[in-house]
Design a protein around this ligand. Structure first.
Ligand code: NAP
Ligand code: MG
Length: 409
């Protein structure tokens, strides 16, 4: 049997620790036997980042931009302890931050749902994808602990040095706190484009929420930019695709999300997205079942798992123990990237392979073979075969072989 052919290579970014081990196994067991895989390989493992003074990350990000579809393994973001552990010359920046800066993208997180792990919210039947605007707001705020009575003002000086705005924030009669934050139209526009594009790309409704009734300049600007862009660039495409764009106040959105069946994208401002994504992912079950895709305003896609490098499991693996680390989110990063490549290059066989790979995972889980993290989450009464990562991948491979109706080469 001939392997499935590709046209354009995927940009492949390898990573660290346990996820690096899973990465290799997933390729060996589930991809290379079936697909004539073409990738541009970048090793973003911490040792290679140190060796190249992090140039490798920038090269990978630029390739991701040039080629349009990439898949990334989880990587270590160094802290002081890692600097010691890996003898680093510098505390290299988060690769995800570097890639996001180059692609100017928005991250969309979606849970993988299985029948026997019920979300904490009973009526959620389909995944809810959260899109978080990851720029500015409270994360770039300037703050001051007001020590004593005095006046706080908001002041804006234009490029020529002329004061064009000054307003009293508060006349403090006692100690207090003060904060100022900002955002940029250009960043909000990018965020909006990424959200509209991803909604079209996945055929799902897009919800957006802010608190514009209270924040009449700040949040109102977000609302208007989204509205303008929608009318101008996306309305027709949305109507043709049979999907809707829906704006509502954040409090109303929260109530509707809880009452909904799921199956849409919820775009949130930075802080809302930070909080709501943790709430939604916890309610769906497990970080190990959360996928993540970075979508640029120009339509570049970078797929990954939402979890990290699963360090504790890696240390056990190094001691020679079999670990039961869940590879689902990393497999879905590959299937997502390969399907997107198939769509863009008009390779239906590659898309079918990606579908089959995901279906093989679901069949394996529905036969109740699962890694240990999931075994603890199942509905009472569900039979459980708790297996190691290797055993789990072997089961998926059996199912994939059946689904594709052929033996691998
Ligand atoms: P983590 O790797 O996501 O793991 C946290 C814990 O969650 C694990 O110890 C494990 O719990 C559980 N877990 C996560 N993924 C799992 C999986 N696939 N299967 C089974 N259990 C899973 O987060 P972390 O420990 O905070 O971070 C570790 C490293 O990852 C750090 O160096 C951090 O910089 C990096 N990181 C990278 C990314 C990224 O590249 N996107 C994201 C986050 C963190 P038990 O140990 O209890 O089984
Ligand atoms: Mg958070």
């Amino acid at each position: 049997m001939k392997k499935i052919q590709m046209k354009t290579p995927l940009v492949e970014m390898d990573g660290d620790e346990m996820t690096r081990i899973l990465w290799k196994w997933i390729k060996e067991e589930l991809i290379l036997p079936f697909v004539d895989l073409k990738t541009l390989y970048f090793d973003l493992g911490l040792e290679e980042r140190e060796k190249t003074k992090d140039q490798i990350t920038l090269d990978a990000a630029n390739a991701a931009k040039e080629y349009g579809v990439s898949v990334k393994c989880a990587t270590i973001t160094p802290n002081a302890q890692r600097v010691e552990e890996y003898h680093l010359s510098q505390m290299w920046k988060s690769p995800n931050g570097t890639i996001r800066a180059v692609l100017d993208g928005t991250v969309f997180r979606t849970p993988i749902m299985v029948d026997f792990i019920r979300p904490a919210v009973r009526n959620w039947k389909r995944p809810i994808t959260i899109a978080r605007h990851a720029y500015g707001d409270v994360y770039k705020a300037t703050e001051y602990r007001v020590p004593a009575p005095g006046r706080a003002e908001l002041l804006f000086t234009d490029e020529t040095g002329k004061e064009t705005f000054r307003q009293t924030v508060y006349d403090f009669e006692c100690p207090g706190v003060l904060q100022s934050m900002y955002n940029k139209d250009s960043s909000i526009v990018s965020f909006a484009h990424s959200c509209f594009r991803y909604a079209l790309s996945t055929g799902q409704d897009l919800w957006f929420s802010t608190k514009d009734t209270i924040s009449k300049q700040y949040d109102q600007t977000f609302k208007l930019i989204f509205q303008d862009l929608y009318e101008k660039d996306y309305k027709d495409a949305f109507e043709k695709a049979g999907i809707t764009y829906f704006y509502t106040l954040i409090d109303d959105a929260v109530a509707r999300v809880i009452r909904s069946e799921g199956g849409y994208i919820w775009a949130c401002k930075n802080y809302d997205g930070d909080v709501m994504s943790d709430m939604v992912s916890t309610a769906f079950g497990s970080l190990a079942m959360m996928t993540s895709v970075l979508v640029s305003p120009n339509g570049q896609f970078e797929y990954e798992a939402a979890h990290g490098t699963v360090t504790r499991h890696y240390y056990r693996y190094l001691k020679g123990e079999e670990t039961s680390t869940n590879p689902m989110a990393t497999i879905f990063a590959w299937s997502g990237a390969l399907r997107k490549r198939g769509e863009l290059d008009d390779l239906p066989e590659l898309c079918r392979y990606a579908d089959a790979l995901e279906q093989a995972c679901f069949r394996t889980l529905n036969d109740h073979y699962m890694t240990r993290d999931l075994a603890g989450l199942v509905d009472p009464g569900t039979p459980v075969h708790s297996v190691s990562s290797r055993e789990f991948l072997a089961k998926i491979r059996e199912n994939l072989t059946l689904l594709l109706g052929r033996n691998p080469e």
